[in-house]
Design a protein around this ligand. Structure first.
Ligand code: ADP
Ligand code: MG
Length: 223
């Protein structure tokens, strides 16, 4: 199986005043193309920090991240931003949709930055929304939707640019368990049908066990 993402000995700490908190202490990881990987850990164990570093959003203090053979943190900032937009999708716990845009515009947004023709982007956004069961809600704004529906919009947005890899940070953390399950059904259906690679962090064993491989983040390292 081909490796799509590798991290070598990632270190990341936060310094506030005189105290330094070492969150990641040498995290090495290989992610295979097409797999669904969960990283579990208790609250505060560094899951979000790790996902940000793996996803090209946050410079590690030490170590390296290679994505499709390229050293992510050796790229210039603009190049890394473009690389992220083309290759990576993100789903966050708190949805992060823009309230002033309707849901089609929210989903189409990543393509706008890519200079895709507006009509094409909207058509694709509508198709993706239909695939997450929101075909009837076209034209609505995020705040008119339930939490579960908003997260399905966020999933559609993450898939907009047909990324190789999708990172999910506690994607059902703000949802009740029944709603969360339905959201995960959509997520896994889409990811598996398109053979995207998925890296999902969660504190929930139930959520983690839906992935093909499970790792655990503890005391700053993966076990
Ligand atoms: P998790 O996602 O597993 O709950 P985080 O990665 O968010 O954990 O945080 C790990 C630790 O780092 C926590 O103790 C948290 O308080 C701390 N932390 C996270 N972000 C910052 C920051 N920007 N500044 C200082 N401390 C932070
Ligand atoms: Mg977190």
């Amino acid at each position: 199986m081909d490796t799509i993402l590798t991290s070598e000995k990632l270190d990341r700490s936060y310094t506030i005043g005189k105290t330094t908190l070492d969150v990641l202490k040498g995290v090495s990881l290989e992610v295979n193309e097409g797999e669904t990987l969960s990283i579990m850990g208790e609250s505060g164990s560094g899951k979000s920090t790790l996902l940000h570093v793996l996803g090209g959003l946050d410079n590690p203090k030490g170590g390296r991240v290679h994505f499709k053979g390229q050293d992510v943190y050796k790229m210039s900032m603009p190049r890394r931003a473009r690389f992220r937009a083309e290759n990576v999708g993100y789903v966050f716990q708190a949805f992060h949709l823009l309230p002033e845009l309707d849901i089609v515009e929210n989903v189409a947004l990543p393509a706008m930055a890519q200079r895709t023709a507006k009509g094409d982007a909207k058509a694709r956004a509508e198709d993706l929304l239909a695939e997450v069961g929101l075909g009837e809600r076209i034209g609505h704004r995020p705040q008119e939707l339930s939490g579960g529906e908003q997260q399905r919009v966020a999933i559609a947005r993450a898939l907009m640019n047909d990324p190789d890899i999708i990172f999910c940070d506690e994607p059902t953390g703000n949802l009740d368990s029944k709603t969360g399950e339905k959201v995960l059904d959509y997520l896994f259906q889409l990811v598996e049908a398109r053979r995207h690679t998925l890296v999902l962090v969660t504190h929930s064993q139930e959520v983690a066990s839906r992935c093909s491989r499970e790792l655990f983040l503890k005391d700053g390292v993966l076990v």
